[in-house]
Design a protein around this ligand. Structure first.
Ligand code: FAD
Ligand code: MG
Ligand code: MG
Ligand code: MG
Ligand code: MG
Length: 555
C-alpha cells in the first residue's frame, strides 16, 4: 500500500516533468529503451534521427561483450576489458539521450507508461527494495534479454554457478582459483582433493563447451606450474541431455569437438539428465533408464539454456500472449497486440507469416490476366515480391536464384517447354508449402540481437515516412514497393572456441573450418567487433599479456 502511494506520487512528478519537457523541447517523441545489452545498445548506436528524446532504462550501467565472457572465467581476458559504460556511449550521441539506472517492473501499455525500481543501495539498507517511479513513453523498445533456465531442477539455485553476467564470470574465476588453493591445503585425503577439483559443466552448448576448453587450458598451461602437486587430480565433466555437444552446429564440428575433448581428458556424458544437485553431490539419470547416479563435485557451472524474465512473463499474460517461450512480435519487431511497443533480442521471438496463409491473395495478384493459372513469366514476376515479404523463401533458396526456384517448381510438370507451363493454384500452393517448412525461430544470439537493434533504429530513423503510411510498414497487399521490409537476419557464421588455441567456425554457405587458423580468425573478428577502441585495446593487450606471462592466478 505504501508502495502504491509512492508510485502515484512519483507518477505525478514524472508527468510534471514530461509536461515540462514538452513545453521546452516541442513535441520530440519519447523513446524508452529497456536494457543495455546487445539489442538495446545496437538500437541506441544506430539511432540518428534527432526527432527523438531517448531514455535508456536498465539496472546495468554498462554493456557486456558476452562472447568474451568465457575468457574472463579463467583469466585470459580481464573483466573490465569487455565492458563499456553506457554513459560513454550516450556521451557520443548527437541526439537527446539519457540513462536511468533502474529495473522496469511493469509495463502499462494502455497509459503508455512503465514502472521502474531503482537498485537497493548499500547505504539505504533498511529499505528492502529501491525507489519506485513511472516513466511515460511514446515508443517503448523492450530489449531486456533472458535469464538462466534451471528447468526447476532441485538444488540448482544455490549450488551452481551461471555464466550470464560479468559478476558471474568473476565469481567463477575466484572459485576456480579457490578450488586449487583449497585442494592444496595440507591434511586432506586424496579423495577430498579429487572432489574439490571435480569441475562439472551442465549443458554442452557453446558456453559450456567454451568454459570447459578454457578450464582445460588453464590447467594445462598454468596450474601445472602453479599447483604442481594437485594438477593430476583435476577432472572436468560435461553433462549433456541430448546425444551430442554443440548440437546446433554442423556435424563435422560436433564430431571434432567430441574427439578433442576425449583427447583432452574432458569427460563428456551424453544423453544424461541432471535430476538434483545437493551441496556435495550431483545426481544424473541416463536417458531411458530410471537409475540415478550421484557423483561428488567441487564446482558446477549450469548453462543449459534461457527462459523469460518475470517482467516479460507478466507482460505476456497482460496482453493475452499467454504461456509462450518469449514475447511474440511481427516481422517488423512490433509486439503483437500492442501499439508502439517493439521487442527484440533474447526476450522476443518473431512470428513469421506463412506463405501458404496468403496463397490465394498472392495467386490473385500474380495472375494478371485472370486466367486462373500462372505462366512461368507471371510466377517469376511475383516471386520478387514474395521473396521481399517472406524471409523463409530466401532461406529455402539459400544460394539459389529465382530461376533455380522456377526449375524446382516446374519439375513436377515434367520440365517440358518451361515457358509454356501453367501452374494451377493447387500446384502453386504445394510448391510453395515446402518453403514454410524452412521457417525456424532465430537463435538467441548476440548476432541476431545486434542486427535487430540496427534494423529497428533504421526504421525509427525513417519514421516520418512511416507515419505518412499509417498502416505501418506495408503488408504484402501493399503497392508492391516494400519500403519497410520485414526484419531479415543475415547469418555471418558462428564460432565455437574449444580451447588449446583451436576454434571451430561455421560460416555461411556450409563452410566449416577447424583449427589454429580459425582461432586467429576468431581473435581478429572479436577484436574488430569490440564496441569501442578502448575495449578493443584492452582485450588485445590482455591476449598478448597472457601469451607472454600466462594468466593471473590471484583470486
Ligand atoms: P542482453 O544482452 O542479455 O541484455 C539485456 C539487458 O537488459 C541487460 O542490460 C540487462 O541488465 C537489462 N535488463 C534486464 N532486466 C531488465 C529490466 N527489468 N528492465 C530494464 N532492463 C533490464 N552470442 C553470439 O552471437 N555469439 C557468441 O559468441 C555468444 N557468446 C555468448 C557467451 C555467453 C557466456 C553468453 C551468456 C551469451 C553469449 N551469446 C553469444 C548470446 C548473446 O549474449 C545474447 O544473445 C545477447 O546478449 C542478447 O542480447 P539482448 O540485448 O537481448 O540481451
Ligand atoms: Mg538489450
Ligand atoms: Mg549483452
Ligand atoms: Mg529473439
Ligand atoms: Mg494467368
Amino acid at each position: 500500500n505504501g508502495n502504491r502511494g509512492h508510485v502515484s506520487h512519483a507518477d505525478a512528478i514524472t508527468s510534471n516533468s514530461i509536461a515540462h519537457a514538452d513545453a521546452n523541447t516541442s513535441k520530440k517523441k519519447k523513446v524508452v529503451v529497456l536494457g543495455t545489452g546487445w539489442a538495446g545498445i545496437s538500437f541506441l548506436k544506430n539511432l540518428k534521427n534527432p526527432m527523438y528524446e531517448v531514455e535508456v532504462v536498465s539496472p546495468r550501467n554498462f554493456f557486456v561483450f558476452t562472447p568474451l565472457l568465457p575468457s574472463v572465467t579463467c583469466g585470459k581476458v580481464e573483466a573490465r576489458s569487455i565492458v563499456e559504460p553506457i554513459r560513454n556511449i550516450i556521451r557520443k550521441k548527437n541526439i537527446d539521450a539519457s540513462y536511468c539506472e533502474a529495473e522496469c517492473i511493469r509495463i502499462d501499455p494502455a497509459n503508455k507508461k512503465i514502472y521502474c525500481r531503482t537498485a537497493r543501495t548499500a547505504i539505504n539498507t533498511n529499505s528492502k527494495q529501491g525507489e519506485e517511479f513511472a516513466v511515460g513513453y511514446d515508443y517503448l523498445i523492450i530489449a531486456v534479454g533472458a535469464q538462466v533456465n534451471t528447468f526447476n531442477t532441485p538444488g540448482v539455485e544455490g549450488n551452481c554457478h551461471f555464466l550470464k553476467e560479468i559478476e558471474d564470470a568473476q565469481k567463477i574465476r575466484r572459485n576456480v582459483i579457490e578450488s586449487f588453493e583449497k585442494a592444496s591445503l595440507p591434511n586432506l585425503s586424496e579423495e577430498e582433493r579429487k572432489k574439490i577439483l571435480h569441475f562439472v559443466v551442465v549443458g554442452g552448448g557453446p558456453t559450456g563447451v567454451e568454459f570447459s576448453g578454457e578450464l582445460r587450458d588453464f590447467v594445462n598451461q598454468d596450474v601445472l606450474k602453479l599447483y604442481p602437486l594437485v594438477q593430476h587430480l583435476v577432472k572436468i565433466t560435461v553433462i549433456e541431455a541430448t546425444d551430442h555437444i554443440l548440437n546446433m552446429f554442423d556435424k563435422r564440428i560436433t564430431t571434432f569437438a567430441e574427439g578433442k575433448f576425449l583427447r583432452d581428458d574432458i569427460d563428456v556424458k551424453l544423453g544424461s539428465m541432471v535430476t538434483k544437485i545437493s551441496e556435495n553431490e550431483i545426481s544424473t539419470r541416463a536417458k531411458g533408464s530410471d537409475k540415478t547416479t550421484s557423483t561428488p563435485y567441487g564446482m558446477v557451472l549450469w548453462s543449459t539454456g534461457i527462459g523469460s524474465r518475470p517482467l516479460i512473463r507478466e507482460f505476456m499474460k497482460q496482453i493475452g500472449q499467454g504461456n509462450r517461450r518469449a514475447l511474440a512480435t511481427d516481422e517488423w519487431l512490433r509486439v503483437e497486440g500492442c501499439d508502439n511497443i517493439y521487442a527484440l533480442g533474447d526476450c522476443a521471438t518473431i512470428n513469421q507469416r506463412k506463405v501458404v496463409e496468403d496463397i490465394a491473395e498472392i495467386f490473385k495478384r500474380a495472375d494478371k490476366d485472370n486466367s486462373g493459372t500462372l505462366r512461368v513469366k507471371e510466377f517469376r514476376e511475383i516471386m520478387k515480391d514474395v521473396i521481399a515479404r517472406y524471409p523463409q523463401v530466401k532461406l529455402y533458396m539459400q544460394s539459389k536464384r529465382v530461376s533455380d526456384f522456377v526449375d524446382i517448381l516446374t519439375e513436377a510438370k515434367g520440365n517440358a517447354a518451361k515457358e509454356k507451363i501453367e501452374l494451377s493454384i493447387e500446384e502453386f500452393k504445394s510448391a510453395l508449402s515446402v518453403v514454410d517448412s524452412k521457417m525456424k525461430n532465430l537463435p538467441a544470439t548476440a548476432q541476431v540481437a545486434n542486427q535487430q537493434g540496427a534494423y529497428l533504429a533504421k526504421c525509427f530513423n525513417r519514421m516520418e515516412e512511416c507515419e505518412k503510411n499509417p498502416e505501418g510498414p506495408p503488408r504484402f497487399r501493399g503497392t508492391g514497393r516494400h519500403r519497410f521490409q520485414p526484419f531479415r537476419y543475415r547469418h555471418l557464421g558462428q564460432f565455437a572456441p574449444l580451447g588449446g588455441e583451436k576454434t571451430a567456425a561455421q560460416l555461411p554457405g556450409d563452410w566449416v573450418s577447424i583449427g589454429h587458423s580459425s582461432q586467429w580468425l576468431w581473435y581478429s573478428i572479436y577484436a574488430s567487433k569490440q564496441v569501442s577502441w578502448r575495449t578493443r585495446a584492452l582485450v588485445v593487450s590482455d591476449w598478448i599479456r597472457r601469451f607472454i606471462f600466462g594468466r593471473d592466478a590471484s583470486g
